[in-house]
Design a protein around this ligand. Structure first.
Ligand SMILES: [Zn+2]
Length: 98
């Protein structure tokens, strides 16, 4: 399957993660079998779902079959960035791991 979620946080999780059914989004910048894991960002008014993270490098939305949490590491295939999710002011942000 190759979900972009590579490493889930190590801390014990208080509640189980939600699972998500991913549908085709029309994103065509990655090979077909990975397309459902990404979508285009529609700008600042775009609402990210609990299983989505915005890549700060290429502004593509990364989608996982699992709910994403702070401490998770995800892979952005369109720009080949490895990202770590951090929480800032209650918002989940993706930061590039150098
Ligand atoms: Zn990216």
């Amino acid at each position: 399957m190759n979900d972009p979620l590579e490493t889930a946080r190590r801390a014990p999780e208080r509640r189980p993660r939600q699972s998500f059914e991913l549908e085709e989004t029309g994103f065509n910048e990655v090979p077909k079998r990975f397309r459902k894991f990404y979508r285009r960002w529609r700008g600042p008014k775009d609402k990210l779902a609990p299983n989505e993270a915005l890549c700060p490098v290429c502004k593509v939305v990364i989608r996982s079959t699992k709910e994403l949490r702070a401490g998770d590491r995800v892979y952005c295939m369109p720009c080949m960035s490895r990202l770590e999710l951090v929480e800032e002011n209650g918002v989940l942000l993706a930061k590039v791991i150098y």
